[in-house]
Design a protein around this ligand. Structure first.
Ligand code: FES
Length: 187
């Protein structure tokens, strides 16, 4: 015999049908809980060219006093607050930057990331040049391509710098697309 819902007075579906509907809903919710985070994760991990470092704002990196007066580039970590879909992380390393003092104006900031395929470059003090250890791209101290055989399609990427409160060095930390001649930010 068909049951009547006590509140609405409407006939209730048979027990087997109710169980089937309940199980179907649970399966849909379970699938959504697995697929949505997996899709977000896949985008981040499988598409590095579209992966941004998570901060496009100016970040305080150091003070002018910590830069050698002779203009030798020094590498500094960049720390920033980061947020993903669920969590906020404060002052985590998001990359690094080479800074060098100049005779006039604000310091020069160069990304440590080789525009060819994304390896970190090293500064060779004796040659006053940057070398990428992965495929030997060679860059001058100001970031220009030093060797025409270098596989990098463009010079090292410069970053915007601001000097605040007379001594603080702030850098607009950005990632740029790899493997192309144009300097194009990752969005
Ligand atoms: S990644 Fe630097 S030369 Fe290839």
């Amino acid at each position: 015999m068909q049951k009547i819902h006590p509140a609405s007075g409407a006939p209730e579906p048979p027990t087997e049908r109710r169980e089937f509907i309940k199980q179907g809903c649970a399966a849909c919710l379970g699938l959504a809980a697995v697929v949505a985070p997996a899709a977000i994760g896949a985008r981040v991990f499988l598409d590095p060219l579209s992966r941004s470092n998570g901060t496009e704002a100016f970040v305080k990196v150091t003070t002018i006093d910590s830069l050698p007066e002779d203009g030798t580039p020094v590498q500094f970590p960049v720390l920033a607050d980061k947020r993903d879909a669920w969590t906020k992380f404060t002052q985590v390393p998001v990359g690094a930057v080479f800074l060098q003092r100049r005779k006039a104006g604000s310091p020069l900031a160069l990304s440590v990331v080789c525009p060819h395929a994304g390896c970190f470059v090293d500064y060779l003090e004796d040659q006053e040049a940057f070398l990428c250890p992965c495929h030997n791209s060679f860059f001058a101290k100001d970031g220009a391509l030093k060797d025409e055989q270098s596989p990098s399609p463009r010079p090292l990427d410069s970053l915007e710098v601001q000097v605040r409160n007379k001594t603080e060095v702030w850098v607009r930390f950005q990632d740029f697309q790899l493997g192309i001649t144009e300097k194009k930010p990752v969005t």
